[in-house]
Design a binder for this molecule. Structure first.
Ligand code: GDP
Length: 537
């Protein structure tokens, strides 16, 4: 197969959702279609198996959660699909956001009884900044849900994205009888049975067909007819290009647990998402996937998956060219030359050596190389990809070293962890002494820092809570002298991030809002300003 063909058949995506919406269940069902049945069980099993596997971080075992995200690869209908897991429960962290910089599309799973929840919304915003295709799966239709039209309205009003339902539910809750595929004019009937039952779809002329009316109560049939008519008249029009550019989201109703509507989602996803595309380098050049020179960037670093080796896995997204084992590359971010001999694909606990990989694929590089988040590895030194965006933390602590004689180990350890992007650090300004505050998107990251300082650097640390829960970058156009304590709300402070950029730490959403209302000229953002600029290019 030519490299072009390899690229064309690839799809690289992630599933985003709020905890318990059904991401794991849907992932498992996807894998069934991919024939990765045996492994499929391990996705849910992963949650439980934890306790019995010895080669995981002890902390992970204690908490019974997953700190790691896994990359799943499976084949379906000639496609090669890379599905990146986005940690979402207690292990929600900056990594979850970073993973979204390495995918070409996302599937957003929504619990149809609840609608859009906080975490989905945050993840959605990150995806939107990249204009990638977003597919929506309204899950749990076998149970009572909110009104389908209301769910669509919410997508449009809360997320501000056009919604085009590809299929539409015939009744909800106990009356849920199946879905109507609007593009193919087919009815898929739902049968209540453990694990779901496959029923071939039935073609109909329209919803007035007796095949439909006979199966629905009179009132449900009437409602469905009205809803579809309304969608046809007042709803969005379906254009694949608008899906590709992330302007509209195709919406699917179904039940992951019953494996209902999943194939419809998968087939349409493959049809209306794009193969790996180009990336823009720091210099503004477009790097095409089929370009000859291999290039990729590191979007996640996972430490200590196996404590016996104390190794790290750097996850690399291949952007161009072909990756082969033992390839000689340059880390364009540091200028260092490296031979990539220890490349693996990682599926849960299992690792397999990777001999070759193509654009869209994810390679796990194992070893102790000092890679940093966002590093570009390439055969063509001229390619340097833009840094992975930084995301505003929502949890802050002071981290102190209780043992002054051990200062070097504490400092070196923390420096390394900061380079790996485990947490972010901030220096408080206008303070009589130098104070470092650590910030993270998910609070578990602090435990990771403390655990790793101890286990890898033999450095104790003591954490202390702070009063802050939000931070914003301040526009570089604002002079620091304007940010005095008189201007900032009570409890808020000015600090510098690791690149010396001004940030403000706030105590609450209310305090942040109050500040924004009172000082509209002080422009602040939840992403650094140069990244906002870069995103526009
Ligand atoms: P995650 O936290 O998003 O990965 O969610 P899970 O896949 O673990 O699902 C959360 C809960 O919802 C589990 O108890 C699932 O069995 C249940 N669930 C998932 N899909 C469905 C569905 O289609 N219908 C119903 N009734 N329950 C579901």
């Amino acid at each position: 197969m030519s490299i072009k063909e390899e690229i064309t058949r690839r799809r690289t995506f992630a599933i985003i959702s709020h905890p318990d919406a059904g991401k794991t269940t849907l992932t498992e069902k996807f894998l069934l279609y991919g024939g990765a049945v045996q492994e499929a069980g391990s996705v849910t099993a992963r949650k439980k198996q934890r306790a019995s596997t010895s080669d995981w971080m002890e902390m992970e075992r204690k908490r019974g959660i997953s700190i790691t995200s896994t990359v799943l690869q499976f084949e379906y209908n000639g496609y090669k699909i890379n599905l990146l897991d986005t940690p979402g429960h207690e292990d929600f962290s900056e990594d979850t956001y970073r993973i979204l910089t390495a995918v070409d599309a996302v599937v957003m799973v929504i619990d149809a009884a609840k609608g859009i929840e906080a975490q989905t919304r945050k993840l959605f915003e990150v995806c939107r900044k990249r204009n990638i295709p977003i597919f929506t799966f309204m899950n749990k239709l076998d149970r009572p849900t909110r009104e389908p039209l209301e769910l669509l309205d919410e997508l449009e009003n809360v997320l501000k994205i056009g919604a085009y339902p590809i299929n539409w539910p015939l009744g909800t809750g106990m009356d849920f009888k199946g879905v109507f595929d609007r593009l193919n004019k087919e009815v898929h009937l739902f049968e209540r049975a453990v694990g779901g039952v496959f029923k071939a779809p039935v073609s109909i002329m329209d919803l007035k067909d007796p095949f439909v009316s006979e199966r629905l109560s009179e009132s449900t049939h009437k409602t469905v007819l009205e809803e579809i008519e309304m969608l046809d008249i007042a709803g969005e029009e379906f254009h694949p290009e608008r899906v590709f550019s992330g302007e509209i989201t195709p919406v699917f109703f179904g039940s992951a647990m019953n494996n209902f509507g999943v194939q419809l989602l998968l087939d349409n996803f493959l049809k209306y998402s794009l193969p790996p595309g180009s990336f823009t380098s720091l210099k503004g050049e477009t790097i095409l996937p089929e370009d000859e020179a291999f290039s990729g960037f590191i979007f996640k670093i996972q430490a200590n998956m196996d404590p016996r080796h104390r190794d790290r896995i750097a996850f690399l997204r291949v952007c161009s060219g072909k990756f082969v084992r033992n390839i000689n590359v340059t880390n364009a971010s540091t200028g260092k030359k490296i031979r990539l001999s220890n490349a693996h694909s990682v599926f849960g606990q299992q690792r397999e050596t990777v001999d070759e990989a193509f654009p869209g694929d994810i390679v796990g590089l194992i070893g102790n190389s000092n890679f940093g988040i966002g590093d570009t590895l390439t055969e063509n030194e001229a390619i340097v990809y833009k840094a992975i965006p930084q995301f505003a933390p929502e949890h802050f602590i002071y981290l102190n070293n209780p043992d002054t004689s051990n200062y070097k180990r504490f400092r070196d350890g923390l420096e390394q962890l900061l380079q790996e992007g485990v947490v972010q650090s901030f220096q408080l300004k206008n303070n009589y002494r130098e104070v470092t505050v650590l910030g993270a998107v998910g609070p578990l990251q602090f435990e990771v820092v403390q655990y790793r300082l101890k286990s890898e650097y033999n450095a104790e640390s003591v954490s202390e809570p702070t009063q802050w829960s939000l931070m914003r970058w301040v526009s570089p156009a604002i002079d620091e002298s304007e940010l005095t304590n008189h201007v900032l709300p009570v409890g808020a402070v000015l600090a510098g991030d690791n690149k010396g950029r001004n940030v403000i730490l706030f105590t609450s959403e209310w305090s942040l809002q109050h500040f924004m209302d009172k000082h509209p000229k002080i422009i602040i953002s939840d992403t650094p300003f140069e990244e906002l600029e870069a995103a526009k290019v």
